[in-house]
Design a protein around this ligand. Structure first.
Ligand code: UT7
Length: 331
């Protein structure tokens, strides 16, 4: 397949992590778990947890400031602001409107996209569409996740896995040189929604005393089934995105996968044909920050020089919905 001409390129990235580090040893004090179990089963050593008064919009806005600065764009220049979040600060209005107000992106159309851990890829793809249609020249794509607010801290099967953080990217029309998003493959399967979900708190099971007493507003997951689906779907999405970009697996300089579990990352990379020395991993430091995971990893990889001008990058994610997807990007 011939390499397509990109429509939009990433001109800035940013991230924000709360300072508070919670180690596996810290969790051992309140849960029937062990540092050894968490490390060997997930690869996570520690995660960042935001203080009570730090909201998701703040995490996202701080990440966005770095991305805008690198892109040389003022908040007032942003045409479209999309926030991916599984942990909106409020049900109304959108977290994107709060981020807009914090940053002063006064002329932007701002809205949230809810696609769980795949949210950043969905949001990038929507921003690319706005640019392709000539309806935006500067798109700010933000991921804002305060997972600590929706995790059941008494459930060892989920509490040890997640962390808080924000990531961001600025997308602009491609200036040429073949740089930008070359391909994407996004998919969903609502039939498997109950593998990872929050049963209560929405219109189907409104807030009530029994809902709170039973913790139906908190995250529930069938870890084993999610694991199997994640590996299969992410490997397949990588393969499709790589092929649509006109590449082979050997052309990938760096794979930036969603960071939920090191064993999922290793299996995905193996099936996608990318060796682990070309895979970015930071799950040990932050755990799973839902949609913020990919942009935080992307930004760190650039800072470490693992993504440079001209690098061929594939990013891939999987999450509740189910949702999954991959993108091939030439930087
Ligand atoms: O972002 C997308 C969403 N999330 C994911 O992608 C996560 C996908 N799933 C996973 O990463 C893994 O399935 C987990 C890390 C959640 C669990 O690992 P596993 O190897 O699938 O363990 P398991 O659920 O099969 O549990 C094995 C044992 C069980 O004990 P028994 O029944 O064998 O006696 C669990 O009760 O490990 C026990 N266990 C724990 N033990 C200590 C589960 N969680 C813990 C824990 N500490 N935190």
């Amino acid at each position: 397949m011939k390499t397509p001409t990109p429509i939009a390129e990433i001109t800035g990235t940013g991230r924000f992590l709360p300072e508070n580090v919670v180690t596996n040893l810290d969790l051992e004090r309140s849960l029937d778990t062990s540092d050894e179990w968490i490390r060997t089963r997930t690869g996570i050593h520690e995660r960042r947890i935001a203080p009570d008064d730090m909201c998701a919009a703040y995490l996202g806005a701080e990440a966005a400031r770095g991305a805008l600065e690198e892109a040389g764009a003022d908040p007032g220049d942003v045409d479209i602001l999309i926030v991916s979040t599984a942990t909106p600060d409020r049900w109304l209005p959108s977290t994107a409107c709060d981020v807009q107000a914090i940053l002063g992106c006064d002329k932007a159309v701002a809205f949230d996209v809810m696609a769980a851990c795949t949210g950043h890829l969905y949001a990038l793809s929507m921003a690319e569409g706005y640019i392709a249609a000539g309806r935006a020249r500067i798109a700010l794509v933000v991921a804002a996740e305060k997972m600590s607010a929706i995790v059941d801290w008494t459930d060892r099967k989920t509490a040890v896995l997640f962390g808080d953080g924000g990531g961001a990217a600025v997308l602009q029309p491609s200036k040429g040189f073949g740089r930008g998003i070359l391909s994407s493959h996004l998919q969903s399967d609502g039939n498997l929604a109950n593998l990872l979900y929050r049963p209560g708190g929405g219109a189907i099971d409104p807030i009530s005393q029994s809902m709170l007493d039973e913790g139906r507003h908190l995250l529930r997951m069938n870890g084993r089934e999610i694991f199997k689906n994640a590996v299969r779907s992410m490997a397949e999405a990588c393969e499709i995105a790589i092929k649509k970009a006109g590449w082979g697996a050997e052309d990938v300089d760096l794979l930036v996968p969603h960071q939920a579990n090191i064993r999922i990352i290793e299996a995905t990379a193996k099936y996608a044909g990318v060796p682990m020395d070309k895979v970015f991993v930071n799950v040990d430091k932050y755990g799973n920050m839902s949609s913020a995971t990919v942009p935080v990893a992307f930004d760190e990889a650039r800072e470490q020089g693992r993504i440079r001008e001209g690098s061929n990058v594939v990013t891939v994610a999987f999450g509740a919905g189910l949702t999954w997807g991959a993108m091939a990007i030439r930087m």
